[in-house]
Design a binder for this molecule. Structure first.
Ligand code: CAA
Length: 259
């Protein structure tokens, strides 16, 4: 299948590799990219020869978030009616074989959330993680307020979500967000090594292991994600969202009026 915003290949006939490919926008995640990602993941999941998948980006950016330019003028009615985010982002949660995020560069906002939707994160030493949505007058809208505290605990999650600061790869590993950190030039080798090792094991056991680990912390995740989404959508009714996103698009500092 021909894709516009992702590249798809296999390694050793066993590992499906998906590379996010919107370099000029630092892999900002628009709807089409997320639809393509979902299609590619589903195709690999259905392919008996594939035992594991890797999602990666460029050296500079895994993904710098949801596409701000695309959503800057959205209203509450637009995002609520179309179930913005959910509609195109949920496919990855239905994938039953393991998906590794190989992260270099920026993994911000929806980029960090996408990495957290994968089963584990291997980070290059130049990786930077963050949930900077607060700077845009909104909150994370693809599970960030739910998955980040589960990964790094409440204090660090609050710090990141409320200040919008980035954390580097070393801090992300120490906090439990990344499972390993490796030099940038070893990132794909390390991710492939892990993927090929997983492919050696019984596929049913691998799928059962993934399903079971997910049960350890998904109990109330659906409620949390739905709650978050409604608030995320509601913030499109505020002038601070319009101001925050317009300021980003027009490369100026936002002036929030708290309305
Ligand atoms: N959406 C759309 N375009 C983006 C983008 C995004 N999330 N992130 C970067 N870009 C674009 C920039 O507009 C710029 O485009 P032009 O060259 O046409 O001007 C290009 O990518 C390169 O970006 P910068 O010039 O800003 O590069 P930089 O190296 O100076 O800074 C950065 C890099 C710190 C990542 C900065 O681009 C940035 O802060 N990006 C936005 C990060 C962000 O706020 N993400 C959250 C988005 S909201 C969200 O994700 C909601 C949700 O929870 C689902």
């Amino acid at each position: 299948m021909a894709y516009e915003f992702i590249e798809v290949r296999t390694e050793g006939g066993k590992v499906g590799i998906i590379t996010l490919n919107r370099p000029k926008q630092l892999n900002a995640l628009n709807s089409q990219l997320m639809v393509e990602l979902g299609q590619a993941l589903k195709a690999f999941d259905a392919d008996e020869a594939i035992g594991c998948m890797i999602v990666t980006g460029s050296e500079k950016a895994f993904a710098a978030g949801a596409d701000i330019g695309a959503m800057a003028t959205y209203s509450f009615a637009d995002v609520y009616r179309d179930d913005y985010i959910t509609r195109d982002w949920e496919t990855i949660r239905s994938i039953r074989k393991p998906v590794i995020a190989a992260v270099s560069g920026f993994a911000l906002g929806g980029g960090c959330e996408l990495a957290m939707m994968c089963d584990f994160i291997i980070a290059a030493d130049n990786a930077k993680f963050g949930q900077p949505e607060i700077k845009l007058g909104v909150i994370p809208g693809a599970g960030g307020t739910q998955r980040l505290p589960r990964a790094v605990g409440k204090s660090k999650a609050m710090d990141l979500v409320l200040t919008g600061r980035m954390m580097n790869a070393e801090e992300a590993e120490r906090a439990g967000l990344a499972s390993r950190v490796v030099p940038l030039d070893k990132l794909m080798e390390e991710a492939l090594g892990a993927a090929l090792m997983i492919c050696e094991y019984g596929q049913l056991a691998v799928m059962a292991a993934k399903e079971s680990v997910n049960r350890a912390f998904e109990g109330s995740l659906n409620d949390g994600v739905m709650f978050e989404r409604r608030l995320f959508h509601a913030l499109f009714a505020t002038s601070d969202q319009k101001e925050g996103m317009d300021a980003f698009v027009n490369k100026r500092k936002g002036q929030f009026t708290h309305r």
